[in-house]
Design a protein around this ligand. Structure first.
Ligand code: ME8
Length: 562
């Protein structure tokens, strides 16, 4: 039976343009989606924007625009970027949409009726940049004269020269005191610890999981889920003076998109309930849900989110002492994995407007190429680690791997095959040696793709291409082609073309447009369409005939280092 697979990106704040940090999470999710889809899963992939935030209200005011007009322009800008990169999302979620409001209000009402949401008063600090409440341990002191920052401690006091700031946004959080509603996260302490124990792969990579577990081990606290002073957002169904604050709203986007899944019927948009396909699993439906996030939002996804879902879906079992315990069928309502990307710097420096090193992904990809950006993002450092986007290295890396190793090899195969002037195309038998090499390569490739280790899949592919280039050098078909008997040349070229075809099949998930060009160069028809119809495995096993008729443009251009 086809397995249902659901991958998501964070929904990005609709308060500014898309930058390459967002692109990073989106390209990871898009590549995983493509691979899962072409290899036969019933896959869906969602992204969107997080609109109900104070930040957006502030930005709209600054721009002198009505809030909804501002948000419409942001949504259009986000989809423009993702469409430029041909991101293959199945749904784009806006949290101001009616379908989302209905979902969130249902969820809030249910959790409230259950007694997991209660009224209280919040007094403390709130960072608008993070859209979260802050404690001293989340903040730093900064000396206003030297700009040095150091941990907050009781020994130092805020003064004319010392300020307390958020380390990520470098702004002083607001001091607030207001009536709020709280979510009883403390009810879920035991449940979540047992859930983690039973699901050792819930957070990837392990070291992030250890941080999450250590945080939970120090004891959970209830958290505020609403704001009294905000006017823009989804009203609490049980108190219309309050709107829910970003996280209760934002996280449920993943569910909204399943329960009111967007579908088209004779050009009319309609919504269908796919929650039993992609969200609620069962014995028969072992669906898989993967959230791709950045490390900045890991606690919300790995702690708050499962607990909110447990509350909404009534998960767990309460013992006679009133403690809630995890049970294995709870997994049917929870995500399988939170794939947590690290943060990267650009040329060794944190990306910032003042330094002027913020990369606009569209502009950058137009100057170089989409493939250069994707290749470097996904292969310079493994998902999970922090890394650096070294702009010089990105170009050198692309030239070496794509233009030289891959592109040149393709060119050689094409040019030499055309010289042979074969009437019925280049064909041969995929003998055992060809098969065993491709099987080994494809198995390693698929294993790492299924573990979402995209860097390993790419590294493995470029290692395989190195081997192919060495094979070409040893066989030297540009020499043997001078012989009267062309048998050996045909065999060598067939072997190379077949291996390159296998590389193309595997790299399709990363570079669909370029690999479609490759298939056309090799005279392979309907490949992209067949891949999109889940036929990766069948295509891998086929014995093709290569009808190479045109030299065409090189597959990849080379770029100058500036
Ligand atoms: O947090 N390196 O939205 P956001 C790597 N709306 N990834 C980066 C990055 C960098 N330098 N900068 C940003 C939000 N990102 C919430 C999410 S989800 C229910 C709600 C990526 O616009 C990374 O994926 O601040 C991070 O998690 C995301 O952008 C934050 O986007």
């Amino acid at each position: 039976m086809t397995k249902n697979f659901y991958v998501t990106t964070p929904i990005y704040y609709g308060n500014g343009p898309v930058h390459v940090g967002h692109f990073y999470s989106s390209t990871i999710a898009n590549t995983i989606y493509k691979y899962q889809k072409i290899s036969g899963k019933n896959a869906r992939f969602t992204t969107g924007i997080d609109e109900n935030s104070q930040k957006a209200v502030i930005k709209a005011e600054e721009a002198g625009m009505p809030i909804m007009e501002y948000l419409d322009s942001m949504a259009a800008d986000h989809t423009r970027v993702w469409d430029h990169f041909n991101m293959d999302y199945t749904d784009f979620i806006r949290t101001t949409s009616n379908r989302h409001k209905i979902t969130v209000q249902n969820v809030l009402q249910k959790c409230f009726d259950k007694g997991d949401i209660y009224e209280g008063e919040y007094e403390g600090m709130y960072c608008v940049g993070c859209e979260s409440f802050k404690k001293d341990e989340d903040l730093v002191f900064r000396n206003k004269t030297s700009w040095d920052t150091f941990p907050v401690s009781d020994k130092v006091k805020v003064s004319e020269n010392i300020e307390k700031i958020c380390p990520d946004h470098l702004t002083t959080p607001d001091q607030i005191k207001e009536k709020n509603y709280f979510f009883k996260l403390t009810n879920y302490q035991t449940w979540i610890e047992e859930f983690y124990k039973a699901n050792p792969r819930f957070v990837n990579p392990d070291f992030r999981y250890n941080e999450v577990k250590a945080f939970v081990g120090r004891g959970l606290e209830d958290f505020s889920i609403s704001r009294e002073t905000n006017t823009f957002g989804i009203e609490l169904p049980f108190d219309s003076d309050q709107v829910t604050y970003v996280w209760f709203d934002a996280l449920f986007n993943y569910y909204t998109s399943c329960i009111q899944s967007r579908a088209w019927d004779k050009n009319n948009e309609k919504f269908i309930d796919e929650s039993k396909v992609f969200w609620e699993g069962s014995e028969e439906n072992k669906r898989e849900i993967l959230h791709v996030v950045g490390k900045d939002i890991i606690r919300f996804h790995a702690i708050f989110w499962p607990a909110m879902l447990a509350s909404y879906f009534d998960l767990g079992e309460t013992d006679d002492k009133g403690i809630l315990h995890y049970k294995s069928s709870d997994n049917d309502y929870l995500p399988n994995e939170i794939l947590t990307g690290g943060y990267f710097t650009v040329d060794g420096q944190k990306m910032s407007k003042s330094i002027g090193n913020v990369i606009d992904p569209v502009e950058y990809s137009e100057k170089y190429s989409k493939e250069l950006l994707t290749l470097y993002m996904l292969s310079a450092f493994p998902i999970g680690n922090d890394g650096d986007y070294d702009r010089r290295d990105a170009i050198l890396n692309f030239n070496a791997k794509m233009a030289n190793n891959f592109g040149n090899l393709v060119n050689r195969v094409v040019v030499l095959t055309m010289k042979l002037g074969l009437e019925n195309g280049l064909y041969g038998n995929s003998d055992n040696e060809i098969k065993s090499t491709t099987n080994k390569y494809s198995k390693e490739y698929s294993d790492s793709m299924n573990e979402f280790n995209l860097k390993e899949s790419l590294d493995n592919t470029f290692f395989f291409l190195d081997v192919l280039n060495k094979f070409a050098d040893t066989k030297a078909p540009w020499q043997t082609i001078k012989d009267d008997d062309k048998t050996e040349t045909i065999e060598t070229l067939y072997t190379l073309a077949e291996w390159v075809r296998q590389v193309g099949l595997n790299l399709y998930a990363f570079f669909p447009e370029k690999m479609s060009e490759l298939f056309a160069k090799l005279g392979l028809e309907n490949y992209a369409a067949r891949l999109e119809k889940w036929e990766l495995e069948d295509l891998r096993k086929e014995t093709p005939v290569f009808n190479i008729t045109e030299k065409g443009q090189p597959l990849f251009a080379r770029f100058e280092v500036e």
